[in-house]
Design a protein around this ligand. Structure first.
Ligand SMILES: Cc1ncc(COP(=O)(O)O)c(C=O)c1O
Length: 460
């Protein structure tokens, strides 16, 4: 069979055509056009190749999504078979189809028992748009329409659409125009960045209690939900102290505020549990999911509802005035089924918890625990962050930490490694199928990139 998309042009041709017609995500387009993007043509396992044949170890699972790695024939076959059998049908005309029914059955067999319903979307951003509407509708049905304020966190990330941007706490995104009303924020639980001398446990409690203060300031009768990532991904893989989530849960329950976990990154095995909230030991009312649901092979997301919420919507809500053309898309659902079965039946999530996750964390701590550029190593399972710091003992950060981290990321690319930099932190999240040899390569190449950065900035 001839491939529809050929890879026979020169890199400069691809770059010129891309510059002529394509606006990229979160980049200065003019600067990118001058430099030219890398043209990625192929993937297998954790490896990617560019158009000039250079190999990269993908330490970021694409964008935290290729949980099964690249090149899975079973996922490709699931898509192709479904495309032939039923490529599309909608959920509007009193209809459903086997692919979405089977996906739900499988998904809820993997989720904790207190969840019962899903609203499917195409992405994580959409999952969070649906979250805002669903949560507000829930309180409306219960006769409390004024309970509509959503509380998020500064530096949280929930997507790039209007509502998701507002829920998130990226000020530079808010500044680009367009946030929605009735959204408030509290600080993130970023112990390394706090300027006092609280222990992590004390700091975790203090950070959580900001939620209580905010609820009291706004009036509990007006607050619909608190929304947060179990660990902050795009904000720098920030893991809260252990004291944080139990206190957040206590506060939400006390004031009858829904607790909504954004599991778009943390879901589907990343921490060694199926969902990140299970790792942190709390019970959210909703879960926003995407990315690892299909290992990124095809777009799909969703909002998972607790039985309590679903019962109100279904039994008392009447018409739920929401729908997307591609909700529960049969091809995406078929890929999701193949993906979830592989994660479960090949024991991949268990392997992350018992074997590869602890191995990555141990290796990182051995290599970077006393590195002169690194102040803190955080992470669990196959997700981790290295915090740059001038003085580890006082948590003093470099004034130019962003430049240093950006440089480290660029050196990584030169060395054939893809890791990401965020606010003075290097972050990584390799595919969950990573074996020990790939983890060794990831850690070795990261050490080379960090050492080179340290030398360039005179720290080593
Ligand atoms: C925690 C979190 N939520 C939501 C999103 C948005 O997902 P999408 O890019 O699929 O819209 C992201 C994307 O990185 C994310 O990290």
């Amino acid at each position: 069979m001839t491939a529809q998309v050929k890879t026979d042009r020169s890199t400069s041709d691809y770059q010129a055509l891309d510059a002529a017609h394509h606006i990229h995500a979160f980049l200065d387009q003019k600067a990118l056009n001058e430099e030219g993007p890398r043209v990625i043509v192929r993937g297998e396992g954790l490896a990617l190749w560019d158009n000039d044949g250079k190999r990269y170890l993908d330490g970021m699972s694409g964008l935290w999504c290729t949980n099964l790695g690249y090149g899975r024939k079973d996922l490709a076959a699931a898509a192709s078979q479904q495309l032939e059998q039923l490529p599309y049908y909608n959920m509007f005309f009193h209809t459903t189809h086997p692919a979405v029914v089977e996906l739900s059955e499988l998904l809820f067999s993997l989720l904790p028992g207190h969840y019962s319903h899903a609203i499917y979307t195409n992405s994580g951003s959409e999952a969070n748009e649906v979250l805002i509407r669903t949560v507000r509708r829930y309180w409306q049905i219960l006769g409390q329409p004024q309970k509509k304020i959503m509380i998020g966190r500064w530096n949280g990330y929930h997507g790039s659409t209007l509502g998701a941007t507002a829920l998130g706490g990226m000020k530079f995104m808010h500044d680009m125009g367009g946030v929605i009303p009735d959204v408030a924020h509290i600080d993130e639980p970023y112990w390394f960045a706090h300027e006092g001398d609280l222990t992590p446990a004390e700091f975790g409690l203090r950070a959580a209690r900001q939620l209580e203060e905010k609820i009291l300031e706004l009036g509990a009768e007006n607050v619909a939900a608190f929304v947060a990532e179990p660990f902050q991904g795009a904000g720098g893989m920030i893991f809260p102290p252990e004291s944080y989530w139990p206190e957040i849960q206590r506060i939400c329950r006390k004031y009858d505020v829904l607790l909504c976990a954004d599991e778009v990154i943390g879901g589907f095995g990343r921490t060694g549990e199926w969902f990140a909230h299970q790792h942190f030991g709390f019970e959210p009312d909703t879960l926003s999911i995407a990315k690892g649901l299909t290992s990124g092979y095809i777009p799909m997301g969703g909002l998972i509802l607790s039985k309590r919420m679903a019962q109100v919507l279904v039994e008392q809500g009447g018409v739920f005035a929401h729908g997307l053309t591609y909700s529960g898309h049969p091809v995406a659902a078929a890929v999701a089924i193949a993906n979830l079965k592989a994660l479960r039946d090949e024991g991949i999530v268990t392997q992350v918890k018992q074997d590869t996750g602890p191995y990555l964390q141990r290796c990182l701590r051995e290599v970077f625990g006393n590195h002169p550029l690194i102040g803190e190593v955080q992470g669990t399972g196959l997700v981790a962050a290295l915090q740059f710091a001038e003085d580890k003992s006082t948590r003093k950060r470099f004034a130019n930490e962003n430049d240093m981290a950006w440089r480290c990321r660029t050196i990584g690319f030169e060395e054939g490694l893809i890791i990401r930099s965020t606010l003075g932190r290097m972050i990584m999240a390799p595919a969950l199928v990573a074996g020990k040899a790939e983890i060794d390569e990831l850690v070795d190449k990261t050490r080379i990139a960090v050492d080179r950065t340290a030398r360039e900035y005179g720290v080593l």
